[in-house]
Design a protein around this ligand. Structure first.
Ligand SMILES: [Zn+2]
Length: 347
């Protein structure tokens, strides 16, 4: 089967590779329609590793996927052949202690698509547990279905924040994940969401959504802008979505006394964490690692029209152009939010 294979750092090939496609009793087989190009896929391509995860053997990329069920295992009752679906790419051990607590995203044994040594789904077919495969509502396209995975991180962040109606939020970083977080925060009941970046282009894309207010931190410090908008009180919830060590300086200046700071971005190096700043305001600090139990709610928000992810799909490539799609993504143009690959047009 043809697949987009990362041979080693910097070397991609669309080539034949043997992938296991036997359908277990709890599995479904999916004809893959659309796969989004994620920052993590690009990082494996350009750097060959993310932290402790190192590409040591050829690996198929891609984990943001939607398609059509073409076969179901003998025990599967929730899905049928022909169902349009999207897939949650982390496969936990359902009998693990973490999974039993509902924290399956932090099961140490989780197998996550396109995280070494697990293959991703930039290939015409994939086999996946039915339990982590979600039917798309009729009015949700395959392209939107492939956006559920990145949006799920925003959903997890908003869930961890425990937003209450009318909260003011501040999101650091207007990259794809920052925008997903801002949209989930609005959907979760925030009245205003401020978002910061140095890139006017990224801010313009975020600010096209009503309720999202851009702050160019090349011109105005974020904490000053949030203070001015809140009478000096601060944001109820602050989301760190840049992963930049610099963002941790003055992080707690943004948040109100008793507010929450949610860490979403993953810094590459150790960062300075202002413990006195957090303690003096009794800040609740939350962390986000991928997501758990959010795909159904994400799909409800998209189907209801409360969240529109379509404007964030800024480029679509044919499967045969997969390498070009990754080369483009590696350029990290500020106007490119999400590039997608159409693996199979008809299925
Ligand atoms: Zn992703």
């Amino acid at each position: 089967m043809q697949a987009l294979v990362l041979e080693e750092k910097g070397v991609l090939a669309l080539r034949d590779i043997d992938l296991p496609l036997s359908v277990g009793p709890e599995d479904v087989k999916i004809a893959v329609h659309t796969v989004g190009v994620c920052g993590s896929d690009v990082h494996y391509y350009t750097h060959g590793a993310i932290g402790a995860y190192v590409v040591q053997a050829p690996m198929v990329l891609g984990h943001e996927a939607a398609g059509t069920v073409v076969a179901v295992g003998e025990n599967v009752r929730s899905l049928s052949v022909g169902d349009r679906v999207c897939m949650e790419p982390g496969i936990p051990d359902l009998s693990s202690r973490a999974a039993k607590l509902g924290l399956y995203n932090v099961d140490p044994a989780v197998r996550f698509w396109a995280t070494p040594p697990v293959h991703g789904v930039l290939a015409p077919y994939a086999v996946h547990p039915a339990a982590f495969t979600y039917r798309l509502p009729d009015n949700v396209s395959f392209a939107e279905g492939a956006m559920v995975e990145p949006f799920a991180i925003g959903m997890q962040a908003a869930t961890r924040a425990r937003i209450v109606p009318g909260d003011v939020a501040a999101v650091i970083g207007a990259g794809p994940i920052g925008i997903m977080v801002a949209l989930a925060a609005l959907a979760g009941g925030c009245s205003r969401v401020f978002i910061s970046d140095f890139s006017a282009e990224k801010l313009a894309i975020a600010a096209a959504y009503p309720g999202i207010e851009p702050v160019n931190v090349g011109k105005t410090p974020f904490a000053a802008a949030v203070a001015a908008a809140t009478g000096g009180w601060g944001a109820d919830v602050v989301f760190e979505a840049s992963g930049s060590a610099k963002a941790f300086e003055g992080l707690f200046d943004l948040v109100r006394p008793g507010g929450a700071v949610v860490l979403v971005g993953l810094p590459v190096d150790a960062v300075r964490f202002d413990v006195p700043g957090a303690i003096s305001k009794e800040v609740r600090v939350e962390t986000v690692f991928r997501y758990a139990n959010v795909f159904d709610r994400a799909l409800e928000l998209i189907a209801s029209g409360k969240v529109d992810l379509k404007p964030l799909i800024t480029g679509t490539y044919a499967f045969g152009e997969s390498v070009a799609a990754f080369e483009r993504a590696a350029e990290a143009r500020p106007t490119d939010v999400k590039l997608q690959i159409r693996v199979q047009e008809e299925n």
